[in-house]
Design a protein around this ligand. Structure first.
Ligand SMILES: Cc1cc2nc3c(=O)[nH]c(=O)nc-3n(C[C@H](O)[C@H](O)[C@H](O)COP(=O)(O)O)c2cc1C
Ligand SMILES: C=C(O[C@@H]1CC(C(=O)O)=C[C@@H](OP(=O)(O)O)[C@H]1O)C(=O)O
Length: 393
């Protein structure tokens, strides 16, 4: 268990979501507009369903932040679900209307979602309570926690960004220049070029018209980390392992790679490992960054590059075969309002989760109760081991 921790509560169509973050140092500026901006980025993206047009993600801070800064106490925040009044009769925590519960019941599990294993595990023949909590709605609460972590690491000069690399088999160019990353970060689909956006939109429209759904892939980058964040000394302190866990936790993510990842398996070592040399000023440099900024469970000072692969959305408007659990007879999977593709949204959740893991590792290594203490310890470490970005300045 790290020094930083967060828990969330809430259902997709309940009153709302709760996030509690504990372990942030006192004195960190938390502009609520920044949290709202990240929630807005997560809502966007072509292929999202009707819910995201209705949802406002109304955010309230309940504790731990005073006059725009953290106090050291746990930060408690809520996000109201905009449609609560419409769902109240079937989702009230104390007393629901039986007719409304029946109308919203789910008896035919969707292949690919949590419905069937969750229903069997918790004994829900009507799987409504399973999908309410298994829903990626919870990732709005994760985004709040991850954005608080991001504010902390940004105060240390660390930047996180992401870009979509494919949707439904259509691949797009990965940013190489600073300016390209900027464009991708601000684009609703996560692409650098408008033409690529149009190609992705076309692919999503095609899937939509066929009653189908799509997955895809994205890359997340972290810049500004010195070498040696994370550790090789125990299995659970290895940074790549912790990153993979956080990425895989995002609903629908089925694979994670660091750097060139799986492609390295087919090449000889001479074409894989990033040569070490000294520049004219005697500074340690790497020729390439195939390792994606991590060696031996630690950052190596290069840009951290993580790729994640998302399976297609399980709810299809042309549903797959399933069974009716209450009658035990053949049927088709439950259909309800759904996204067709959520890859551009998932990459924003991934930015937040990657920020979380980096902040956790940093707090373990340089932690303190006051932001200035953390900053001092971090910068004294950076002055010992160096940081690529500082060397460039
Ligand atoms: C941002 C986001 C939005 C999603 N929207 C939907 C959706 O509208 N409908 C759906 O069936 N699945 C949606 N999913 C995917 C499911 O939540 C996911 O496939 C399911 O939880 C099972 O995934 P797992 O097997 O990886 O746990 C979404 C995922 C993310 C990250
Ligand atoms: C609510 C969000 O995503 C939801 C994730 C989701 C799922 O099954 O994972 C199903 C859909 O929920 P609904 O049935 O209410 O439209 C998505 O909209 C969100 O991202 O905020």
């Amino acid at each position: 268990m790290g020094i930083l921790r967060f828990l969330t509560s809430g259902e997709s169509h309940g009153r709302g979501l709760i996030t509690v973050v504990e372990g942030l140092p006192a004195g960190l500026s938390v502009p609520i507009e920044r949290l709202e901006k990240e929630l807005e980025r997560r809502r966007r993206g072509y292929g999202r369903g009707a819910r995201m047009k209705i949802e406002k993600d109304h955010l309230t801070i309940w504790g731990g932040i005073w006059n725009g800064k953290t106090t050291g106490a746990p930060c408690g925040l809520t996000i109201e679900n905009s449609e609560w009044e419409e769902w109240r009769s079937s989702m009230d925590p104390q007393s629901c209307d039986p007719k409304a519960v029946k109308e919203k019941s789910v008896y035919c599990p969707r292949p690919g979602h949590a419905d069937l294993p969750g229903g069997l595990k918790y004994g829900h023949e009507n799987m409504r309570p399973v999908l309410e909590r298994a829903s990626a709605r919870a990732t709005a609460a994760w985004t709040v926690a991850g954005t608080l972590a991001r504010l902390l690491i940004e105060s240390l000069g660390i930047e996180v960004r992401s870009a979509v690399t494919s949707v439904g088999g259509v691949t797009v160019k990965v940013p190489s220049e600073e300016e390209e990353w900027h464009v991708a970060s601000n684009s609703p689909l996560g692409c650098v070029f408008q033409t690529d956006e149009e190609r992705l939109k076309e692919r999503i429209r095609e899937a939509m018209s066929e009653g189908d759904s799509l997955g895809g892939a994205f890359v997340v980058s972290v810049k500004g980390l010195p070498p040696g964040v994370g550790s090789y000394v125990e299995w659970d302190r290895r940074l790549d392992g912790r990153i993979a866990q956080a990425m895989m936790a995002i609903p629908g993510i089925k694979g994670v790679e660091v750097g060139e990842g799986g492609r390295l398996a087919d090449l000889p070592g001479s074409q894989v490992h990033d040569g070490i040399f000294m520049d004219e000023k005697g500074r340690i440099k790497r020729e390439t960054n195939r390792a994606g900024g991590i060696e031996g469970g630690m950052t190596n000072g290069e840009e951290v590059l993580v790729r994640a692969f998302m399976k297609p959305i399980p709810t299809l408007t042309r549903p797959l075969p399933s069974i009716r659990l209450d009658l035990m007879e053949a049927s088709f999977a439950h259909r309800e309002r759904s996204d067709v593709c959520a890859v551009p949204a998932a990459r924003i959740v991934a930015e937040a989760m990657l920020s979380w893991v980096i902040a956790e590792a940093i707090m373990e290594q340089f932690g303190g109760d006051i932001l200035e203490e953390v900053q001092e310890r971090f910068s004294s470490y950076v002055s010992r081991v160096g940081r690529r970005d500082d060397e460039k300045a």
